[in-house]
Design a protein around this ligand. Structure first.
Ligand code: HEC
Length: 107
């Protein structure tokens, strides 16, 4: 019985350590976040609602959305048809990771 509790305790500690170290490295998976939040309307960098506004470099830049900053701005204050994400729903670090993924991926 005592051993059981000890085992359980060390498992909890191990789990806590993993969680803390993951938070400490602060690695956010931009791809996973993009797929979770954006790919519904932007599958493969397209745009199912407004086909003139895809995430592909040429189209995006022609529409004035060029940098990570521009994309984060878009996420915070989108045009018609796009869902808005505020800081509470999508913190800056995550929004940035998504924007970096978009620039890196959709050429
Ligand atoms: C509900 C559908 C929807 C979702 C979800 C959505 N978007 Fe959009 N997105 C749109 C529409 C519609 C537009 C065109 C809006 C406009 O006129 O500015 C757009 C435009 C954009 C643009 C500008 C593209 C261009 O060529 O001008 C970017 C960048 C963008 N979205 C990024 C994102 C990111 C990143 C996410 C996830 C955090 C996301 N979107 C989620 C519908 C969506």
């Amino acid at each position: 019985m005592k051993r059981g509790i000890w085992l359980f305790g060390s498992m909890v500690v191990a789990l806590l350590l993993v969680t803390v170290s993951m938070a400490a490295t602060g690695k956010i998976d931009g791809k996973a976040e993009f797929e979770r939040l954006c790919s519904g309307c932007h599958p493969a960098g397209g745009n199912t609602i407004n086909p003139a506004k895809t995430l592909m470099k040429m189209t995006r830049e022609a529409n004035g959305v060029k940098s990570v900053k521009d994309i984060v701005k878009k996420i915070r204050k989108p045009g018609p048809g796009m869902k808005q994400y505020d800081r509470k729903e999508l913190p800056d670090a995550q929004a940035k990771a998504i924007a970096e993924y978009v620039i890196k991926t959709f050429k």
